[in-house]
Ligand binder design. Structure first.
Ligand code: FES
Ligand SMILES: [Fe+2]
Length: 404
């Protein structure tokens, strides 16, 4: 349970809210699907933290990232011409290079070059990794170090990223990523069909360890054969869930889920799947034809209970969302309301990881408000590539504890 004030501090990211300013200052933000940006193609609108931007791929393949509003009089740069490594606003023809330099102001026949130097175009540094455009939206000239997750630098065949828009606050997305207790309940029909080990349905015992990047935990289930079935996950601030592989032998595979604020009440729920030593095997479920729309079944609305299928439930499906586990997650987190009131909740033993997510974010935003760099944002001191969750059966506790 949180006070209403703490809930506001944790969830609000727009209009200069401290959490939004901290996230923009100290982390690179996943902003767009790379393949949606075609050289000299249409600029894409990007909305993050309640602000509107455009991203475009220039003639030479580089990505530019500007405020959506033209610095002249505010026409949308999503309408702009994309040519000659630049965007040209269609209203009065002002032209801006991919690096953010104003090069033409045709409405200023005298002193054009000098005038160009003073046009206040807002452009932002970008980087492409894992088929995703990441942007730094902070103040000043020095972006933070990019978090060197294990997918960084992999060939494009080894990593796939996709996302879905969800109509609720970003923290509800982050919390469901780390809420291991819901796996054996909400996703039980999916689990039975995809993981052979039936014991995953049994309530696990959690072991949680604090880390410089957030925390890591193991969910441990005793098996009838006297061994333990263990899955470890990590939470990396500000929103990354690094999830254990489905099978013990998949040691070179990785999966991450993360929830990025579009504004206070809308979120991009992302998934990245990668293999460090080979191609990601093709799976229609994990390779949506439209990477902005995963899973392909668009979430429903409150009016139709998000498309819940009561006939499927009568036939044995637990939730009535047989399309995918993503649909199950999106339905429940949207059903909590746009921003859930955490002063009214009633937490128990299964909510330990969720509580730790909140503590980490709260500590970070408080440090930021005191003018400090949050301890969790000291990226140069952390080897993110080394965070590799595991799953499997173990004879004794020392074996998996070594991996935490
Ligand atoms: S509004 Fe863009 S050039 Fe005038
Ligand atoms: Fe889930």
């Amino acid at each position: 349970m949180l006070s209403k004030e703490d809930n506001e501090l944790l969830t609000r990211v727009s209009n200069g809210a401290p959490m939004g300013r901290m996230l923009k200052q100290h982390w690179w933000i996943p902003a767009a699907v790379s393949e949606k940006l075609v050289a000299d193609g249409a600029p894409q609108r990007v909305r993050l933290f309640g602000e509107n931007y455009v991203a475009f791929r220039a003639t030479d393949g580089k990505v530019g990232f500007f405020d959506e509003a033209c610095p002249h009089r505010g026409a949308s740069m999503a309408l702009a011409r994309n040519e000659d490594n630049a965007l040209r606003c269609i209203y009065h023809g002002w032209k801006f290079t991919v690096e953010g330099v104003t090069v033409e102001v045709p409405t200023q026949p005298q002193n054009e070059a000098e005038y160009c130097k003073h046009v206040p175009l807002k452009h932002f540094p970008v980087r492409e990794e894992a088929g995703v455009v990441w942007v730094w939206l902070g103040e000043g000239d020095t972006p933070p170090k990019f978090q060197n997750f294990a997918f960084v630098g992999l060939p494009s065949a080894n990593v796939v990223a996709y996302r879905q828009k969800v109509k609720c606050n970003w923290l509800q997305g982050v919390e469901t990523t780390m809420d291991s207790a819901h796996l054996g309940v909400l996703h039980q029909s999916w689990l039975v069909s995809s993981i052979a080990n039936a014991s995953v349905n049994q309530a696990p015992v959690y072991h949680l360890v604090q880390k410089p990047y957030g925390f890591r935990y193991a969910a441990v289930r005793e098996l009838p054969n006297g061994r333990s079935y263990v899955r470890t996950n990590a939470f990396v601030l500000p929103w990354y869930g690094v999830i254990s592989p489905r099978r013990a032998e998949d040691r070179t595979r990785g999966a991450m889920f993360f929830s990025v604020p579009i504004d206070d009440e809308n979120t991009w729920y992302w998934h990245i799947s990668f293999v460090t030593d080979g191609e990601v095997p093709y799976d229609p479920y994990f390779h949506p034809s439209d990477r902005n729309n995963w899973p392909p079944a668009t979430p429903g609305t409150p009016e139709n209970n998000w498309g819940q299928d009561r006939d499927a439930m009568r036939r044995g499906h637990f939730t009535g969302f047989p399309q995918s586990l993503g649909t199950e997650d999106f339905a429940v987190i949207e059903s909590m309301g746009a921003i859930v009131d955490r002063s009214k909740e009633f937490l128990g033993a299964g909510d330990g990881a969720v509580v730790q997510v909140r503590r980490g974010l709260m500590a970070a935003v408080r440090e930021f408000m005191e003018g400090k760099t949050p301890a969790f944002a000291k990226h140069e001191e952390i080897d993110y590539a080394a965070i590799r969750p595991i799953s499997g059966e173990f004879d004794d506790d020392t074996q998996w504890k070594e991996t935490l």
